[in-house]
Ligand binder design. Structure first.
Ligand code: ADP
Length: 392
């Protein structure tokens, strides 16, 4: 090897060494940035600020001169702060806290103006507390839902009292009439029959009230059995047979389906008989009522169709409310309590199902109970075709 060659070799080796060294150095210098960046932990003040911003309560801090020092968006939505100023009622409460007349104050901040921009909750209640150094905290909450529930409860109690008072009053008057006509057997018989009818109505009302309160207490049924839909239909029809015969109504029913649902058999029979009893009660004499069952898109459906008086569109949602009747006189004449459809609605809701209504005045109505199909019934079976006779 000559000197030129060995010099070239040394130069190449040196060049390679330098290049390799540079590479290693570079990769080392890159390593720290390749590691995940360590996140900055938010300070307590930042966390407090985030909590203040996102909490569901409307929060506002007021100074001793009534200036809004701090408030979140919810406080503006609930009307505690408007155009940067505190609600006068909230500020009056703050002053009471500041002058020491109360330690905390609760103030009603219901909207003063009915309309106005944006949607304001119907009921807002705020609590005011001192924060020291002349500052106060106003904490407001939307109470519309509890006010609505309370109003519903009050309505319900008023309705129940009214519904119970009517037959109780009638029984008293009729009993007096019986006493006054003790020597007239025919009149006694007539009044006693009426007493019997009123007491039956009272009994039905109390039974349905108890059923309804049980149903509304438990939103989902804890233990569901496997229930044969055909048995539910058979039993509901057996219960309605007497009323159907008395009204001269013919009930047709489709072929047994072999369908099963997960549920409470007694409740499902109650719901279906309520629908069948209504179909009979709101149909003219000699009309027909039909009951059919099928599986449709994951639902087991039991439908009750009548060719009766029908229900106007504006009443179709309301008929499921407790004590709502399109024609109170007709409902009372048929012994109705006004609770039947409310019970049906709750029974279905507790089964994870629903009740649907199609109706046209003068044509008739179809009420459909829809229950979630279980694994067995999910394979959409053909709905039974031919119709048979009631009571099957
Ligand atoms: P009711 O005891 O009065 O029948 P429901 O809760 O069962 O109480 O029904 C509420 C109201 O809905 C009834 O008073 C009646 O006006 C109307 N309704 C219910 N079912 C029918 C039907 N099949 N056809 C026409 N109207 C009906």
């Amino acid at each position: 090897m000559n000197t030129v060659a060995s010099a070239t070799l040394v130069a190449v080796a040196l060049g390679f060494g330098l290049w390799a060294g540079w590479l290693i150095g570079r990769s080392r210098s890159l390593r720290p940035t390749a590691r995940p960046e360590t996140r900055r932990v938010p300070t307590l003040a930042e966390l407090l600020q985030r909590t203040f911003r996102t909490t569901g309560s409307g929060l506002a801090v007021l100074s001793g001169s009534g200036e809004v020092v701090l408030h979140n968006r919810r406080a503006a939505e609930l009307g505690v702060v408007r155009a940067g100023r505190p609600d006068p009622r909230a500020w009056a409460a703050c002053r009471r806290v500041l002058d020491g007349s109360v330690q905390t104050d609760v103030v009603d901040l219901a909207p003063l103006d009915a309309g106005g921009p944006g949607r304001r909750p119907a009921a807002v209640v705020a609590t005011v507390q001192g924060l020291g150094d002349g500052f106060t905290l106003v904490e407001a909450a939307d109470m519309s839902e509890s006010v609505r529930l309370e109003a519903t409860r009050r309505d319900f109690v008023a309705n129940v009292s009214h519904e119970l008072k009517t037959p109780v009053g009638a029984v008293g008057l009729l009993a007096e009439a019986v006493l006054d006509s003790a020597d007239d057997p025919e009149t006694v018989h007539r009044f006693a029959t009426k007493i019997l009818r009123e007491s039956t109505r009272l009994g039905a009302l109390v039974t349905e009230l108890i059923a309804l309160s049980r149903l509304t207490g438990a939103e989902a049924l804890p233990d569901l059995d496997t229930v044969e839909v055909d048995e539910v239909v058979t039993e509901a029809l057996a219960r309605a047979r007497l009323s159907a015969e008395a009204a001269g109504i013919d009930i047709t029913v489709d072929e047994p389906s072999g369908l099963e649902v997960a549920g409470d058999r007694t409740l499902l029979v109650t719901a279906l008989s309520n629908l069948v009893e209504n179909a009979i009660a709101y149909s003219p004499a000699d009309a027909s009522v039909s009951v059919s069952r099928r599986v449709e898109a994951g639902w087991v459906e039991i439908a009750v169709t009548d060719r009766g008086i029908g229900i106007a569109p504006e009443h179709q949602v309301r008929v499921f409310e407790r004590f709502f009747r399109v024609d109170p006189a007709r409902s009372r004449a048929t012994g109705g309590t006004g609770l039947g459809l409310a019970i049906v609605k709750h029974v279905l809701a507790n089964h994870g199902g629903e009740v649907r209504l199609w109706s046209r005045p003068g044509t008739g109505s179809t009420f459909t109970m829809r229950l979630p199909a279980t694994g067995d019934t999910r394979r959409d079976r053909e709905s039974a075709g031919a119709s048979g006779r009631a009571g099957g």
